[in-house]
Design a protein around this ligand. Structure first.
Ligand code: MRU
Length: 346
């Protein structure tokens, strides 16, 4: 189902988790072979695998790697070990709810099968991880179909960060309509924000869309206002790490600014959100935990020192776009006004 031009960030091959090291793109294509939960934790933390759905997939396989060597014999002991591994993996990154969603989904599968022997429970854990990855590709494609109904041939579309194939099982969420438009012979012009400080837009979105033959133009984050004022952009589509029950949306730092700019220019602002990113247990965006990352991401961008020694730095990795700036949230179940996002799960 995946088009051959897409790069797969997460693979389960010969009992090993294979991750495309996204910190090395676009210059080097290096695959990491992971066999322990600790390695998976580190890969998530270091952004070797990143993007909300891909983090969830990696954590799911990480949970299997964490329990597959267990020697316990009873369900109770197995359940305890599963929970402690899940809690551990849950400390890798706080914002993308997909991580917790995937771990909870596996725990639920084990609970439902509590009568099975431990070896069978281990198989169920791997089976659920594989199912999560398989379903994600279908979910993304469906989101892309819905988003395409909001776009038109010939449009300019701006995106931020990497909500792409590299962040999912296939297609990406916000990039899915770009792949589908290409399949249909449409001519969309994509503008990719570089996305400071870690440059997911420049290193990943520009890379994967260019590889797929999609018309993509890279801009610095501070050019978005100018590009919008020049009439080059008719829609903004971004991904998300967590949607709160009131329709507030956490996504890569800078998304909020793009939403404000879009509103100022009368441009619709769409959020692509798989249901695995919709967190109705979190009432508003103010309650979403926002990860803060090391100062070096700003002071030593691309490894080169660009700020004075010992400068104070504030480096939140995500921001929250208030629902009022969002035209619609698009999930696999349809297109929703932000304040009606609860309906997406009914
Ligand atoms: O820090 P990252 O690279 O994991 O941040 C990723 C994003 O913010 C994406 O836009 C989001 O996870 C959506 S991915 C479909």
């Amino acid at each position: 189902m995946t088009t051959s031009t897409q790069t797969t960030p997460v693979k389960w091959e010969d009992d090993v988790l294979v991750l495309l090291d996204q910190t090395r793109l676009p210059v080097e294509t290096i695959y990491l072979q992971l066999t322990t939960a600790e390695q998976v934790w580190g890969s998530i933390r270091r952004l070797e695998v990143r993007g909300a759905p891909a983090i969830g997939m990696a954590a799911a396989y990480g949970l299997y790697l964490g329990i597959r060597g267990s020697e316990v014999q009873t369900y109770e002991q197995f359940w305890q070990e599963l929970n402690s591994q899940a809690d551990y993996l849950g400390t890798s990154r706080p914002t993308a709810v997909n991580l917790f969603w995937a771990l909870d989904r596996i725990k639920a599968r084990v609970q439902q099968n509590s009568a099975l022997p431990v070896d069978e429970l281990k198989k169920a854990v791997l089976d659920e991880a594989l199912a999560i990855q398989k379903e994600d590709a279908e979910v993304c494609r469906t989101i892309g179909e819905h988003l395409l109904t909001l776009l038109q041939d010939g449009m300019g579309v701006l995106t931020h960060c990497n909500p792409g194939a590299l962040a999912t099982a296939a297609y990406g969420t916000a990039t899915a309509p770009f792949y589908l438009a290409k399949e249909r012979g449409w001519d969309l012009k994509v503008y990719a924000d570089e996305t400071r400080p870690v440059l997911q837009g420049a290193r990943l979105t520009a890379y994967e869309l260019q590889q797929a033959g999609i018309d993509v133009t890279l801009i610095c984050d501070n050019m978005a206002a100018m590009v919008m004022s020049q009439g080059k952009v008719q829609a903004v589509v971004v991904g998300t790490d967590r949607v709160a029950a009131n329709g507030d949306v956490a996504n890569k730092i800078g998304t909020y600014g793009v939403a404000v700019l879009a509103k100022a220019h009368g441009i619709p602002f769409y959020v692509a959100a798989p249901l695995s990113s919709v967190d109705l247990a979190t009432a508003t965006g103010a309650e979403i935990p926002i990860e803060e990352r090391p100062a070096e991401e700003i002071t030593h961008g691309l490894g080169k020192q660009v700020a004075p020694d010992d400068i104070k730095v504030y480096n939140p990795a995500f921001d929250v776009t208030p629902a009022q700036y969002i035209t619609a949230i698009v999930t696999e179940t349809g297109i929703f006004k932000p304040e009606e996002i609860a309906k997406s799960k009914q």
